[in-house]
Design a protein around this ligand. Structure first.
Ligand code: ADP
Ligand code: MG
Length: 605
């Protein structure tokens, strides 16, 4: 076949294959056009998941007759002056969206500028244009897209259900709304329940928009990002490490107002949270980067969903530092949703309409959210066998110790003052607003971990000499691995020596571990070394060593604490960054506000 120049319509359809993948990508292009046109209110209407109808109405500057005709031509744009691709400040710039859409759907564009007497309407069907003809309307632009891909069966086949395509549209619009808080967005249609996000201006607009779009929950369980480093401005909200999701769908990234997916940013988030969350959990985050447009190439992806930073390393470190600082400033905060989970477990009993003798007939456990402990069924403490001497004997052992009523000022501390200890591990504290349950082991582990890291940052960890070296017998391979690692371990304040073929002598131990179970720590480290030997990177290994030391250094685990010790731990937590989560990302405390407690008893109504 000889070479021939392809007809215009075919070129457009080929381009459409890249730009217009599904209804949501049409919405993205059209709403971006509205934003570029300076719209303050954008209404998106859909039907059939956007396959049968998409309608985008804006109150932007509109188009005059000449522009309207040009707008549907390929490579026609008003947004690139001086043919300058290195300094893009608009969302669109390629001038191919409308032409592409017109080649794969029935397209109608109506538009009216501020000084026009009336609007004009242009139709494109099968790539052919009719109009413009006069059309009564307000200032702005209305774009209607009907029967998308009706003439491209191959593409139609790959679309998902109406529901799935509709959800993809919602997602796209959410992101656009998050990037443009001062624009009022409405999303409605026969295929959905409507969303309405009124415009927000002034300080705190971003936060308020995020609360509108993602929910109040997020705004309340996040810290504010605000930093500027090496020409990279980082803003937004970063979820607390205990406020996570099982997938990355709730991570939103914006660069210069454009919603993007970017490996550099995703990697930076992972690194920033590595210390505080499980690897398979994803923090919720809305990250906004502002950077000189010349420092980023937005022309690397057909739908402009990806970009390339000229200085990826600089952006990465700016993001990691910004999140690190914000989380550190948040200190000991744990997310309030943890308390929600607790409340969920304490489901209040549903009383029957006839309250007669409910204590005898009801199921023994008043909390339906709990699994029944063994042996608690028929012969439970509320049943007649309560009087059994055997049962009573067990009750003599106190399960909790109580402390005197605190002086009122002591309750001003954020984590309050200790009132009791239970099961030798949980501190019950009271502050001005409610009750706190603290996992003393988890909390202390975090404190030791942070102290280790702080000491390491300024040189080797301080050590204390053992009066008599401690000799620990271990298999030969373990001894060999420990011996090899001995120089590295000295940085952590642990001084070891080989002591014959199957033993290790411990001469000095990290001071901040106190009189801990050294034997257990060394055996644990030996196990770890066998595992990391081959795989782990040096930095991962360091973290793992510190984590193990912190675990063994938590001398307070499973130990009865005096009230002054408990209070000292609470004060330490308040002063230590990240102490709301243990080093495994679990919360170290939960807080139940007085009103939550009242809710448990149905008193808040
Ligand atoms: P691009 O956005 O890359 O310039 P498009 O094909 O999306 O390309 O749009 C072509 C041109 O049509 C735009 O440059 C703009 O001048 C005009 N246009 C499109 N949509 C609107 C709108 N909603 N309001 C005003 N002008 C618009
Ligand atoms: Mg465009």
């Amino acid at each position: 076949m000889p070479i021939r120049q392809l007809p215009e319509d075919l070129i457009n359809r080929i381009a459409a294959g890249e730009v217009v993948e599904r209804p949501a990508s049409v919405v993205k292009e059209l709403v971006e056009n509205s934003i570029d046109a300076g719209a303050s209110r954008i209404v998106v209407t859909t039907a059939g998941g956007g396959k049968t109808l998409l309608r985008i109405e804006d109150d932007g500057h509109g188009m005059d007759r000449a522009d309207l005709i040009l707008s549907v031509e390929r490579h026609a744009t008003s947004k690139l002056s001086e043919d300058e691709l290195d300094d893009i400040r608009t969302l669109g710039f390629r001038g191919e969206a409308l032409a592409s859409i017109g080649s794969v759907a029935e397209l109608t564009i109506s538009s009216r500028t501020a000084d026009a007497d009336s609007g004009l309407r242009l139709d494109v069907k099968g790539g052919f244009r009719t109009g413009p003809v006069p059309q009564a309307m307000n200032r702005g632009t209305i774009v209607e897209v009907k029967n998308l891909f009706a003439n491209v069966p191959a593409r139609l086949k790959f679309l998902k259900s109406d529901r799935a395509e509709g959800a993809a549209i919602t997602d796209v619009l959410k992101r656009l709304a998050m990037a443009n808080p001062s624009v009022h967005f409405v999303l409605n249609g026969s295929d959905r329940t409507a969303s309405n996000w009124p415009a927000i201006n002034g300080t705190g607009a971003l936060q308020a928009r995020l609360a509108q779009v993602i929910g109040d929950d997020f705004a309340q369980n996040a810290v504010t990002l605000a930093s500027s480093r090496h020409g990279v401005v980082v803003a937004g909200l970063a979820g607390l490490p205990t406020y996570t999701r099982a997938n990355s769908l709730s991570q939103f990234y914006f660069v210069n107002g454009r919603s993007v997916r970017d490996k550099v940013l995703i990697g930076a988030i992972r690194a920033a949270y590595a210390d505080y969350t499980f690897r398979d959990r994803f923090p919720v985050i809305a990250l906004y980067i502002a950077i000189d447009p010349g420092e980023v190439d937005v022309n690397v992806h057909p739908a402009k969903a990806e970009l390339r930073f000229r200085d990826a390393g600089g952006v990465r470190s700016a993001v990691i530092r910004a999140i690190g600082e914000a989380l550190t400033a948040a200190g000991f905060k744990a997310s309030s949703t943890v308390a929600e989970d607790v409340l969920g477990a304490f489901t209040a009993p549903e009383y029957s309409a006839a309250p007669t003798s409910q204590f005898v007939q009801r199921d023994p456990l008043p909390f339906s959210g709990f699994e029944q402990p063994k042996g608690f069924g028929r012969d439970n403490p509320f049943s007649p066998s309560f009087g059994d001497p055997a049962v009573l004997a067990g009750l003599n052992e106190p399960s909790a110790r109580f402390e005197a009523e605190p002086v009122p000022t002591a309750m001003d501390y954020p984590l309050g003052t200790a009132r009791a200890q239970m099961f030798d591990n949980f501190i019950i504290a009271q502050n001005a607003e409610g009750l706190l349950l603290v996992d003393q082991h988890a909390a202390h582990e975090r404190l030791v971990y942070e102290r280790f890291k702080a000491q390491l940052a300024s040189g080797p960890v301080a050590s204390q000499a053992q009066l008599i070296p401690l000799i620990i017998e271990l298999p030969e391979e373990d001894c060999a691995r420990l011996e090899d690692t001995a120089p590295e371990l000295e940085r952590f304040g642990l001084y070891l020596e080989r002591f014959g073929p199957r033993a290790i002598a411990v001469r000095e131990t990290p001071e901040l571990l106190g009189n801990t179970d050294i034997d257990g720590l060394i055996r644990d480290l030996a196990d770890g070394l066998a595992e990391w030997d081959t795989t782990a990177a040096v930095s991962d290994r360091m973290e793992a060593i510190i984590a193990r030391m912190a675990c063994h250094g938590s001398v307070r685990s499973g130990r009865r604490l005096r009230v002054d010790e408990m209070n000292a731990l609470l004060r330490d937590m308040e002063a230590t960054p990240h102490s709301g989560q243990c080093i495994h990302g679990r919360p170290t405390y939960v807080e139940l506000k007085k009103k939550d407690i009242e809710r448990l008893f149905g008193r808040s109504r």
